[in-house]
Design a protein around this ligand. Structure first.
Ligand code: NAP
Length: 295
């Protein structure tokens, strides 16, 4: 195995420790902790596990978690009214509407109702527009986590050729924008892309955000490239990424594992976003200029 293994769990632990120290400073300055409200509609067990994890992460760093739950048969109006209440609640700095929503609810209509200054998932059209125009704002957590991992392992972004496979609003598009902001030359690939393997094999930085187990094998990877595996598919043997890890690790310069790569960073970046939102709302300047972190 030639590649450096990018240790997302270790990096996330460092990020959480940093956030915990900065949350303590925030509390000192303002007399209140940052607050994150999670909204879970329905009883999907996977979503419940994610929300419980986010609540636990908050407590660990001193952010106050608020756990809001609505039944699976909640109406669009009920969810909208909860979001409106949280928008107006001064103790809440971040609002996270857990997706997917139960059938009958329209996330395309509900997500935009979140106050963009509390949009710690970075998913509202306003947040996406701010990112697209390079304006300060909250950025989606997974793409921010990917950039942090690349920075932590000193992967050069300026002038690098980056290929992002996947064009979702959650991962692919915002990540492409963040890479562009950092002066990479970015190609976004998707299910209709022709000769994807050959395209991928020209990338200095290859990101797979697809959800197809082991789609990316060693022929797709330029020797020495940094390969970031965002994909998560739950299989019989646990979580599987989009990258054939063992094969790719023989040619890549650096590669993220699944689990233990991008996932933990996504969670840590949610905490960071909540702190950023709290500081911006309290008009406390932010100390770091990390990519995607301007709130
Ligand atoms: P998504 O909305 O389903 O988007 C998947 C993207 O992959 C689409 O743009 C799709 O293209 C493209 N695609 C599908 N099949 C393809 C193929 N054969 N070749 C090339 N592109 C293909 O998924 P997402 O929300 O972005 O999530 C992607 C993966 O990341 C999932 O496995 C998800 O579980 C995981 N994820 C992980 C984290 C984390 O923290 N690690 C966070 C978020 C998501 P079209 O647009 O043409 O359909």
């Amino acid at each position: 195995m030639a590649a450096t293994i990018i240790d997302g769990a270790a990096q996330a632990a460092r990020a959480r420790a940093e956030v915990a120290a900065e949350v303590a400073e925030f509390l000192d300055m303002t007399g209140r902790p940052p607050g994150l409200a999670t909204v879970l509609v329905g009883d999907d067990p996977g979503s419940a596990v994610y929300v419980a994890g986010k609540q636990r992460d908050c407590r660990e760093v001193g952010i106050d978690p608020y756990d809001h739950r609505l039944p699976a048969d909640a109406t669009q109006e009920q969810v909208a009214s909860l979001l409106a209440r949280l928008n107006g609640d001064e103790t809440i700095d971040g609002i996270l509407l857990q997706l997917p929503l139960p059938a009958g609810l329209d996330s395309g209509l509900l997500t935009p109702m979140i106050d963009p200054d509390k949009d710690v998932d970075g998913l509202t059209p306003v947040s996406a527009g701010r990112l697209a125009q390079g304006l300060p704002g909250l950025r989606p957590c997974t793409p921010v986590g990917v950039i942090e991992l690349l920075d932590a392992y000193e992967v050069e972004l300026t002038g690098a050729s980056a290929v992002v496979i996947g064009r979702s609003n959650l991962v692919g598009r915002p990540l492409a924008a963040l890479l562009l902001e950092r002066n990479a030359t970015v190609t976004i690939a998707h299910s209709r892309t022709r000769e994807l393997a050959a395209l991928a094999a020209r990338a200095d930085i290859l990101v797979a955000a697809v959800g197809r187990p082991r789609l990316v094998d060693r022929e797709w990877v330029k020797p020495g490239a940094a390969v970031i595996d965002v994909g998560i598919t739950r299989g019989e043997d646990g979580l599987v990424g989009d990258v054939d890890f063992e094969a790719v690790a023989e040619v890549a310069g650096a590669v993220t594992p699944v689990p233990g790569g991008v996932g933990p960073m996504t969670r840590a970046c949610l905490l960071r976003n909540t702190l950023r939102a709290a500081r911006a709302r309290s008009e406390i300047g932010i100390s770091d200029g990390a990519s995607g972190g301007r709130a």
